[in-house]
Design a protein around this ligand. Structure first.
Ligand code: ZN
Length: 308
């Protein structure tokens, strides 16, 4: 067995021995030099292959770094550093060649792009691959997508490209975005309200271990746009509690092409259900953040967590 499959084998073994507590959607590393895509493809591990607990997802390559670390690739310089626009990881030709190759092999792409420079490069690569080899339902994603511009949002919408942000970043890092990018750019980061109103089906996640997997800071940030210190990051980008839950559940499923089987509480879907001691649709946001517990969790109708 190729050593690149050691981690996939570990997940498979955990599943077989009943030690996999959550459904896993595997993301394959596609960066030049360390890519496992060629080996995965030869082994038949295409996006969608697998079963209900363990499935091959998309391919991820990294186009830039992080905003807080001043390494997200921006089109304009960081505050107080007129020569620093962050880090461009790969030339355009490389990104376009990797995206095109994976797209043509049938993979969904879920590439890391945070700054507007990286997002621009990635949208262009997705657009070119989709134009050369059309697939109206491939659902390529932009992971993080922190600083997309209105023009970029429009191009994403037109091409069916999904924003896949982690709204816990607003809670954990919002104040650092303001200090490294200034108030105007910092506060407009992760414009999930805009994406929601445009019908772009934004999902959300924790990026754990970058942020805690605790869902409550994520929900709180979507509803309030408040950082951990209480700074409001552009109130017009707030979601209603219903929209925040929709992003966290239904649109997460959509982002994996799994909306037919999970993401909603309706007959016919897998019974993956979390029960909280608080009504998340009506609770005060403060109470969601610090006063809510998950009492019961069902995985496919089976109790896997119970603190009642
Ligand atoms: Zn990433």
């Amino acid at each position: 067995m190729s050593p690149v499959f050691a981690e996939i084998q570990a997940y498979e073994m955990a599943k077989l021995s009943g030690r996999l507590p959550v459904r896993v959607w595997l993301t394959l590393l596609g960066d030049p030099g360390v890519s496992i895509v060629e080996d995965a493809w030869r082994a038949g591990l295409l996006s969608g292959v697998g079963d209900d607990m363990l499935r091959v997802g998309g391919v991820k390559i990294f186009l830039d770094g992080s905003a807080g670390g001043r390494t997200a690739w921006m089109t304009k310089p960081y505050e107080g550093e007129p020569d620093n626009i962050g880090v461009q990881m790969l030339p355009d030709e490389t990104v376009e060649a990797v995206v095109r190759d994976c797209h043509d092999r049938g993979y969904q792409m879920v590439c890391h792009a945070i700054g507007d420079g990286a997002i621009e490069q990635l949208i262009t690569a997705y657009e070119k691959a989709l134009a050369a080899n059309p697939d109206p339902d491939r659902r390529h994603r932009i992971e993080h997508c922190g600083f997309s511009t209105p023009a970029q949002n429009a191009r994403m919408q037109a091409a069916g490209i999904l924003p896949a942000p982690q709204m816990a970043f607003i809670h954990d890092f919002g104040d650092s975005y303001i200090s490294v990018l200034g108030e105007a750019r910092g506060k407009l980061s992760y414009p999930i309200g805009t994406w929601m109103r445009m019908g772009m089906k934004p999902s959300t996640g924790s990026d754990s271990p970058v942020c805690s997997p605790n869902p409550f800071p994520n929900l709180h940030a979507m509803i309030t746009r408040q950082t951990g210190k209480g700074t409001v990051m552009e109130a017009s980008e707030r979601l209603s509690p219903e929209e925040a839950l929709q992003a966290y559940t239904e649109y997460g499923a959509w982002s994996q092409k799994a909306e037919a089987v999970k993401g909603r509480l309706v007959p016919g879907q897998w019974a993956d259900i979390a029960v909280f001691d608080n009504d998340l649709l009506t609770a005060e946001p403060e109470n969601i953040l610090s006063g809510t517990r998950c009492l019961l969790t069902l995985l496919a109708g089976r109790v896997v967590h119970d603190v009642r």
